[in-house]
Design a protein around this ligand. Structure first.
Ligand code: SME
Length: 153
């Protein structure tokens, strides 16, 4: 998507989510709402959802898109990289990412953004896949970080 169009789309989504977040402060409900809004407003999002740490494991939670892995092998793949690096991970071509976990062979590029509580503790990640290569860039990273920061605000 062209950069200006992407900015405009994210800023409208952000305003919509700000209003929606006023209606409930339960984090899992907020995550479900964020996944639904992003997935249906961003046409290049093929899979949109959250993997959260449960007893030290990354388990799938609210998502939109094709059925995905329930559990991600520890220390492997893009989601675990986001948790370990404590920062967003942008993967232009999943085939070039060592250890990438393919829940669906149609996924071609991916972005992972850590989700933090207010005290900075990472509770999991927002994970988005695209069925095309090189879909994500610094514009996605900037807006998705702002969006995940709404969860525990
Ligand atoms: N590709 C991810 C696994 C989750 S799916 O993309 C939905 C990974 O490598 O961690």
């Amino acid at each position: 998507m062209e950069a200006n169009k992407k900015e405009g789309r994210y800023s409208r989504i952000f305003r919509q989510l700000e209003d929606l977040m006023q209606t409930a402060d339960y984090p899992l409900s907020r995550m479900a709402t964020i996944a639904a809004v992003l997935h249906h407003k961003m046409d290049y999002f093929f899979w949109t959802g959250f993997y959260l740490l449960v007893d030290g494991e990354l388990m799938v939670h609210a998502y939109q898109g094709p059925v995905a892995c329930m559990h991600l092998e520890k220390g492997k793949g893009v989601c675990w990289s986001g948790v370990e690096r404590k920062q967003p991970v942008v993967v232009p071509d999943v085939e070039q990412f060592p250890g990438h976990i393919a829940c669906d062979s149609r996924s071609q590029s991916e972005i992972v953004v850590p989700v933090r509580k207010q005290n900075g503790e990472i509770v999991g990640v927002l994970d988005i896949d695209s069925s095309q290569k090189s879909s994500f860039d610094e514009v996605d990273e900037k807006w998705l970080e702002k969006i995940v920061n709404m969860i525990y605000a």
